[in-house]
Design a protein around this ligand. Structure first.
Ligand code: ADP
Ligand code: ZN
Length: 517
């Protein structure tokens, strides 16, 4: 009998297995269920393609994306492997012809969409086709707790119940502990072999920037990277449209991508991006799976994502070629507060718990004072003892300063304004603006008017946000987000306590942030 090593060389033309592949192949050939966690590009496909060549029968591969199926099958055919796919794009005649080949056992690997697999009595063919292995790609799609739940995946759990002897290999590039457990239990994998490759993508530099004037920040970044390709993720379709048209207006080759666009337009954008005819895609989470472009040099998150798995996956679309790549997030704590309120309103108790766990992890990443890569990888159970040296925190550790005086100025200004105004207005007063509204209300008379004019708008924005964070101020949502003092603010105003604040992190274009004074 041929060995896995021979198949690797003779069929696929590779000399060595990558880390993990050999042991996974061995377990699969021994008939054991397995769950494989490997980053995109890690080499998951060979984990079932090599066994498929050695098993005496058919390997069925469940894959969610029709376009990827075709690519995979074409690549296999080029290597001389009898592979085929079955999905809604085939005509009735083509399907019949394929069924004939399957019965004659002329096919080694069959790619099929989950809908098709569970359609009608498809499964009843498994015995006559001699199905020996089932591979489930993008296995996180089965989990409601994952970031990309697909209802058509849920029914895949039936398969083990029906064919308890059929080995199943589930593969995914992103799954935290909760999602992993959910995959195992939903697919009913028995005594599974678990393989987890490192989630680290060392060439990606993670940076979080305070979101204070996002459009300006975005422009600065894009300008500094004008000859490179990137993806900009936003949470709302409206913002996607807006940014894409503003960038286009400035002469960038940018396009919008979201779920409401027609299929043809989405394909056009994706293909143009793939072929380097388009530099920037501004997108919602809908722009995702199936993008396999090596030279995405930056991924910007204009808004904080709801889910750290999604964040990992989205930033992971950058730098597939291994070259230095930037992952930049604009972070505004009030975005986080809004998302948290939405999650709190989720009626399903379990879902609320899971979502808030994942979101808390996302916020912890955004607010990290220690190596961000460690925070991210630890979340996925991928422990690294040393700071990475390639994130904003490592490159430029947060600096703190004695913030008591700033805090007192800000808090007393809020107090003088009768705790009835929002952040923007408080900053205007602090900085001594004489705008119409201030003059109309007579606020230029306040003792706190202009006491902060030596600092920038952005500096005060950061200070006020930190005070909110520290629980010294609250934003009263029912009253138009006006700032109000908390009990704890009294001690600060009296100067009874010490108070350190972080020097604002405002400038991402240069790696060295100077204190704003
Ligand atoms: P994934 O499905 O994990 O995203 P793929 O299976 O598509 O990754 O593999 C990514 C790339 O790595 C492919 O181009 C593949 O041919 C290549 N590759 C995988 N395994 C090996 C190996 N053992 N030696 C050399 N190249 C490999
Ligand atoms: Zn780091």
């Amino acid at each position: 009998m041929k060995s896995a090593q021979q198949v690797l060389q003779n069929v696929f033309g590779y000399h060595d297995f990558r880390p993990g592949q050999a042991s996974i192949v061995e377990q699969v050939l021994a008939g054991r269920d397995s769950l494989v966690l490997m980053p995109t590009g890690g080499g998951k496909s060979l984990c079932y393609q090599v066994p498929a060549m050695l098993l005496d029968g058919l390997t069925v591969v469940v894959s969610p994306l029709i376009s990827l199926m075709k690519d995979q099958v074409d690549a296999l055919l080029r290597n001389g492997v009898n592979a085929a796919y079955l999905n809604s794009t085939l005509s009735w005649e083509q399907t019949q012809a394929l069924f004939g080949q399957l019965i004659r056992r002329e096919i080694k690997l069959l790619y099929v969409s989950p809908e098709r697999l569970l359609h009608g009595d498809f499964l009843s063919n498994f015995e006559s086709w001699q199905v020996k292995l089932l591979a489930i790609d993008e296995a996180h799609c089965i989990s409601q707790w994952g970031h990309d739940f697909r209802p058509e995946y849920s029914a895949l759990g039936q398969i083990k119940a029906r064919f308890s002897q059929l080995p199943v290999i589930a593969l995914t590039a992103t799954a935290d502990q909760t999602t992993r457990e959910d995959i195992l239990s939903r697919l009913q994998l028995q005594n599974p072999f678990l393989y987890q490759a490192s989630f680290d993508r060392p060439n990606i530099r993670y940076t979080v920037q305070e979101k204070y004037r996002p459009w300006q920040q975005l422009q600065d970044f894009v300008k500094a990277h004008h000859d490179e390709c990137g993806i900009i993720y936003c949470t709302s379709r409206r913002r996607v449209e807006e940014l894409a048209s503003k960038l286009t207006g400035q002469g960038y080759s940018a396009a919008a991508y979201h779920a409401r666009l027609g299929l043809a337009e989405r394909q056009r954008v994706q293909e143009a991006f793939q072929r380097d005819e388009l530099s920037i895609v501004v997108a919602t989470v809908a722009f995702g799976m199936g993008i396999d472009k090596p030279n995405v040099r930056y991924v910007i998150h204009y808004d904080i994502p709801r889910n750290i798995e999604a964040y990992y996956q989205e930033t992971g679309r950058g730098g597939r070629d291994g070259l230095p790549t930037e992952a930049v997030m604009f972070y505004d704590p009030s975005d986080a507060a809004r998302i948290r309120r939405m999650i709190d309103e989720t009626s399903d108790e379990r879902q609320r718990r899971v979502e808030s766990h994942k979101f808390n992890a996302m916020v912890a990443f955004a607010e990290a004072q220690t190596c961000r890569r460690q925070v991210l990888l630890n979340y996925f159970g991928d422990y690294h003892a040393e700071p990475c040296g390639n994130c904003d925190v490592c490159l430029d550790p947060p600096q703190r300063y004695d913030g008591l005086e700033d805090a007192q100025k800000a808090l007393s200004c809020v107090y003088r304004l009768n705790q009835s105004y929002g952040i923007g207005y408080v900053i205007e007063v602090l900085r001594g603006s004489l705008n119409q509204r201030i003059v109309e209300q007579g606020h230029q008379q306040l003792s706190t008017h202009g006491i902060g004019k030596n600092r920038s708008h952005d500096h005060w924005m950061s200070v006020l946000r930190q005070l909110i964070h520290l629980g010294l101020l609250t934003q009263n949502i029912t009253r138009g987000s006006v700032l109000q003092l908390t009990q704890a603010a009294r001690a600060v105003l009296r100067g009874d306590v010490a108070l350190e604040l972080a020097v604002p992190r405002l400038d991402v274009a240069s790696k060295r942030h100077k204190p704003v004074t």
